[in-house]
Each structure stands twice: as structure tokens, then as C-alpha cells.
Design a protein around this ligand. Structure first.
Ligand SMILES: [Fe+2]
Length: 387
């Protein structure tokens, strides 16, 4: 993949059909019907049920003339057994279209269920790139947080509860047929999750921008996402204004399109084993690792820093040294003001586990597109600095 601005000699950009707008959850049933569905398998979680969004979705689906089965047992860091049980239930109920309504957990679980119902076996069989053979059932994903990007991405991340690690599935067929975002849903998202999911979007955009597989097509979305996050993250966390939340929903979408096509880097390579071992919040882990990894990457991405500084809301003077300083300062200030967690220790990571986490991160698919190579020693040093 060519990562020069002008070149684009080899460039591929995949996105689902995207529907975005306030109030458009009302279209959820119409979307499923348009894909030929008659009986919807709705995958969601308890939090959204309690906030009333699941009932609304059920109503809209039935108003579109479809039958619907609710599967709302998904927990954060979705588990392999939740996916297996969901697939069995989908088949038992005779459903023919899957709708995921939720954060990354519900959407990734919906993807996992879609893989198993059409391909059989265990979710562990589909780890890595391109190991899914048969086409998936129709899939509609509706994000309800500010950051996972799962609704447009070619990734699904599922927890292997026996090995206590995250399984990364990468395949163009796990990108849904339709991504449907209704930013109004963010009104009920707790402050803590506004922050941690927005920092996930921030990580996606930054890592996509630095990725060795980035192209001008992914850069434009990464920078747009960064502009929106830097404009609205702190205000959205503190004041919860609809226009800021909508900006974050838009940022999630742009960052998702960027990283789905350029992949990620060391932040996510480290975040996956940490999330797998401790069942910790993904966005919190990213927020903690991001400043250290960006500092690590900066020496090899000097030419991109002025544009990045602009993306983070500052005018750079064109000097790479000065831009590096601005990027570091701006990032730090944003995370601090949004009250993001700042140390691995504070989220329960144990010092004695760091060597094992570094070893596992080295095998994560996200490490492949890191702009700066890292061995086990480098990864351990990054973890220690973030501890
Ligand atoms: Fe992420």
C-alpha cells in the first residue's frame, strides 16, 4: 500500500453504506427490511435496554413489518461464549438478518454471531486476516457511543475467556451492509463513557494517520476525526451538549473509516492483551497508552506532524520540531481536561504482568502497521512508562 500523499499507486478503501443523522434510529427496521430480512436478531446490552433505546428499536423494527428476537446479554469486552450462545439462538429462532445496537461490544458480538451462523465452528477459528470463507447474513450496525468505529470497520474483537486474551478478526466481510448512526442516542451515555469512547476514536484517528498503510484517502478521514475530537471532546464530557455529542459521533465514523483501511499501531497492539487479561475498559487503556506511544512514534513521522498539529486544533509553524511539541502538549491537555485515566496502575494493571503483556502485544496484528518498529524490550519500556 502506498502511503505517500500524491502517489496512491496502490490504494483500497472499503466502507459500508452509511446513514447518519439525529432521529434516524427510526430507520432501523427499514434498513433490515431493505436487506431482505423478515426476522431480525437484535443484539444489544442491558445498559441500552435500561436507557429505553432497545424498546424504541424493537418498536421501529416491528413498525417496518418485521419480526424480531432480542438478544441483549452482551457485556463489555464481548466474550466468546456470548457469541456462541447468540449464534445458536439465531439458528433456533430462524432469524435472517442481524442488527447490532450498542457500543463496540454489541457490534463486535453481532459480527461474531454473523460469522458463526454462516461458517460454523468456534470464533477462535477466524482469528487474523481473511480466514472467513462463506458470506455473512445481512448485517446492520448502530453505534451508541462516541468512538468504537466498529460500525464501519473490517475488524471484530472478541474475548477468549479461557486464554484471557482478545481475538482479532480482520476481514472485509465483517464490515456491515449498513452503518446507521443516530447521535441522539448519545444523550444517555454516561460522562465516563463519553470520555473513554471519544479517546478510543482519538486513538483510531492518530494511529491510522501514523500507520505505514495510511493513504491520502485514510488521512483525510483521520484528520477530520481529530479536528472534531479536539473541538468537542472536552465540552461533550463536561456539558453533554447535543452538538458536541454529534461531533463526536461524526468523529467516530471518520476515525472508523480511516483505521478500517489503514489499520492501527502499538496503542491497540498493547490495549488488546491488557483488555483481555483484566476485562478493562478499552478506551481507558488507549487514553493511558496514547501519549507514550505518540512520543515513541514522533521521531519517524516528522513530515506528518505539522498536519497533525493542525488536526489537533493548533496552527503549526511548519517546523517539525515545533509541531512535535505542539502535538504532545495538545494531546496531554485534551486528555487531562476530559478527565481521562492517566496510568495503567489506576485501572488495575499489575506491574508483574507487564512482561507477559509486552510479549502478547508483539503477536497482535496491529503491530504490523506501526510506523516505528518495536521489539519486546521497547514494548515493555512503553508499558513501564505508562504504568
Ligand atoms: Fe479501539
Amino acid at each position: 500500500m502506498d502511503n505517500t500523499k500524491e502517489g496512491m499507486h496502490h490504494c483500497k478503501f472499503e466502507v459500508p453504506e452509511i446513514i447518519f443523522g439525529r432521529g434516524l434510529l427510526s430507520q432501523i427496521g427499514v434498513c433490515a427490511r431493505r436487506l431482505g430480512g423478515h426476522k431480525v436478531f437484535l443484539v444489544s446490552d442491558q445498559g441500552l435496554f435500561d436507557a429505553g433505546w432497545v424498546d424504541k428499536a424493537l418498536k421501529y423494527i416491528m413498525e417496518a413489518g418485521l419480526e424480531v428476537v432480542l438478544y441483549d446479554g452482551i457485556t463489555s469486552n464481548p466474550k466468546d461464549h456470548e457469541v456462541t450462545r447468540g449464534a445458536l439462538e439465531y439458528v433456533r429462532q430462524g432469524a435472517d438478518v442481524i442488527v447490532g445496537l450498542g457500543g463496540g461490544s454489541s457490534m463486535d458480538a453481532a459480527k461474531g454471531i454473523a460469522i458463526l451462523v454462516s461458517n460454523g465452528g468456534r470464533i477462535q477459528d477466524y482469528v487474523g486476516p481473511d480466514s472467513i470463507i462463506r458470506p455473512l447474513p445481512p448485517l446492520v450496525l448502530c453505534p451508541t457511543t462516541c468512538g468504537t468505529g466498529s460500525d464501519v470497520s473490517q475488524f471484530a474483537i472478541i474475548n477468549d475467556t479461557e486464554q484471557r486474551c482478545k481475538l482479532t478478526i480482520m476481514n472485509r466481510c465483517v464490515a456491515p451492509d449498513i452503518s446507521l448512526t443516530d447521535p441522539d442516542i448519545l444523550a444517555t451515555l454516561p460522562e465516563e463513557f463519553v470520555c473513554t469512547t471519544a479517546t478510543d476514536a482519538l486513538s483510531h484517528a492518530l494511529e491510522a494517520f501514523f500507520s505505514v498503510a495510511s493513504t491520502s484517502l485514510t488521512d483525510v478521514h483521520a484528520i477530520k476525526a481529530l479536528r472534531l475530537v479536539s473541538q468537542s471532546m472536552v465540552a461533550a464530557v463536561r456539558e453533554h451538549r447535543p452538538e458536541d455529542l454529534e461531533n463526536l459521533a461524526r468523529a467516530s465514523l471518520h476515525a472508523g473509516m480511516a483505521f478500517s483501511n489503514s489499520l492501527l499501531g502499538i496503542v491497540h497492539a498493547l490495549a488488546h492483551p491488557i483488555g483481555g487479561l483484566y476485562d478493562a475498559n478499552h478506551g481507558s487503556i488507549n487514553a493511558i497508552l496514547l501519549p507514550e506511544v505518540i512520543k515513541y512514534d514522533i521521531p519517524v513521522v516528522a513530515e506528518k506532524l505539522p498536519e497533525l498539529a493542525w488536526g489537533l486544533g493548533h496552527r503549526a509553524d511548519g517546523s517539525a520540531d515545533n509541531a512535535a511539541e505542539i502535538v504532545e502538549e495538545r494531546l496531554d491537555a485534551m486528555l487531562e481536561a476530559a478527565r481521562a485515566p492517566r496510568s495503567l496502575r489506576s485501572i488495575g494493571v499489575k506491574k508483574e504482568d507487564l512482561p507477559e503483556l509486552a510479549k502478547k502485544a508483539l503477536k497482535d496484528v496491529c503491530i504490523v502497521t506501526s510506523p516505528r518498529q518495536a521489539d519486546e524490550k521497547d514494548l515493555l519500556a512503553l508499558l513501564e512508562r505508562a504504568f
